[in-house]
Design a protein around this ligand. Structure first.
Ligand code: NI
Length: 137
């Protein structure tokens, strides 16, 4: 059976501040610019969740994308949507919420929750022009 990758797109809106407390205020401003604004700013995030595997001979599917949606909504989207990523999200506690750090933290939540389906890639869009990808390595 060939391996096929299927992807579900989900959306959430959240606030954050990109900030490294180990650096001075001036260093944070120089490094992060307006993303370091102390009173937060928001993004309309898009998360793409990909699962890879063989096609089930009975269903013709790799995975039920409705189940993927339900699991990701429950485990991740409900935790981050309309929240402050610096303050409100247990799986991001202590993290500097760059897209890179967010996507790795989300992997740690989603991969076990959708098993035995195999999570193969997360793509997180912070803006229409910028996305990060993670494949678990
Ligand atoms: Ni930002």
């Amino acid at each position: 059976m060939p391996d096929v990758t299927v992807t579900r797109r989900l959306r959430f809106n959240a606030a954050h501040r990109v900030h490294n407390p180990a650096l001075s205020d001036a260093e944070n401003t120089a490094l992060f610019g307006k993303c370091n604004h102390p009173n937060w700013h928001g993004h309309n995030y898009v998360l793409e969740v990909s699962v890879t595997g063989p096609i089930d001979p009975v269903s013709g599917y790799v995975v039920d994308l409705g189940r993927v949606r339900d699991v990701v909504e429950r485990e991740v989207i409900d935790q981050v949507d309309h929240r402050n990523l610096n303050l409100d999200v247990p799986f991001l506690a202590g993290a500097n919420p760059t897209s890179e750090n967010i996507v790795v933290a989300m992997w740690g939540v989603i991969a076990p929750a959708i098993a035995p389906a195999r999570l193969s890639r997360l793509r997180l869009w912070e803006t229409e022009n910028n996305y990060v990808e993670y494949d678990g390595r």
